[in-house]
Design a protein around this ligand. Sequence first.
Ligand SMILES: [Zn+2]
Length: 420
Amino acid sequence: MRERGIEATWLLAGDGGTPPLRDGALVLDHDDRIVALGEASQLRRAYPAVPFEKHAAVLTPGLVNAHTHLELSALHGQVPGGRGFVPWVDSLVKARAGLHPDIDAEAIDAAVSELLSAGVVAVGEVTNHLAAVEALGSVAILGRVFHEVFGMRKDTGEVTLGLARQERAARTSWPKNLGYALAPHTPYTLHPDVLREIVASARASGARTSLHLAEHAAERAFLMTGKGPFADWLTTRASSPFDWTAPGCDAVRYVQALGVLGPDVIAVHLTDAHADEIALVAQAKCPVVLCPRSNLHIELKLPPLLDILRAGLCPGLGSDSLASNASLDPLAEARALQQRFPTVSPRTLLAMATAFGADALGFGALLGRLRVGLAPGVIAFEHGPIVPSDPERFILHDEHPTRTVLSRPAYQTLASEVFA
Ligand SMILES: [Zn+2]
């Protein structure tokens, strides 16, 4: 297949810095890699043999949903929120116990279709049983699969870790477009030795992993004192209690002391993190991913975005699962933040849904930005007869403009560029 040109009213680089380009164009090669980008008139002159298509639209790179749990898609709309994390997780556990595997598989397929039509080109998928691996492996999405382990006692943690390793080993063929790493669930749902072992194991494989960190107040209370709503909930469960002592500090300092923080561990949420704790995350160069609408659903609370940006962090966005969210669209996360943080520029918010998410997943060298050399996918947001004067505000507007995926690279063949 030969080269192809795309011209549009506006091009948004999605990198958080480059201003919008009016009447811009790009040229894609047969791999959907950008070989040229600039003013449309110049590009047409420079590439006279290339056919150009013209769109009354704002173009962005493909979107990145850096944290989701497709495995929980069948619970869409079934887990009420607004009462805090512990009542939410209690409802989740009960609802999940009643699910038939067939329903699970159908819901995962529907969720993957939703990602494709939303223009998502990359995901961070957190999974307990690798249930979405096949569905994700069969589409042109680049992903990291984080195989999540729980276990509050050392013995139960070791058993769960062993089962996860068996599950992975049983998959003799693994999709080329997906990375894999063992992942600790949270600092408070794992025995510290097992938590360390999981992170060490992910590090030894050269993969980055992911950790829910400082998500809610019950986590803080539990780690500080061993008490609070989470400890109370544990006593109502049949599972045996934990066999370690609460560290008596916040979650960030706790995992820092365990040697867990680093550029290869994605810190997800930070919704309950204080400014001094966020500074430690930044110091450790952890990639950060925020899931604002999930936090709103569960805790009626948003992450401290201004503190996070002030600390120099460039957070990506994730939807978390459909058990705590209405959709899997990263731009809807950006919109939710825009409404409550009007001082944060739309350029930064768009980058959180594209480049920053790509960087958090370690995919920044391949996608997340409209830039020569990258294969980011191209999304068109159609504007109709009225040309928007501010294209960044336009795509974050509540009256969701129609979105078309103009380019979706075959990440199965490009994945070797980001996976060791
Ligand atoms: Zn999550």
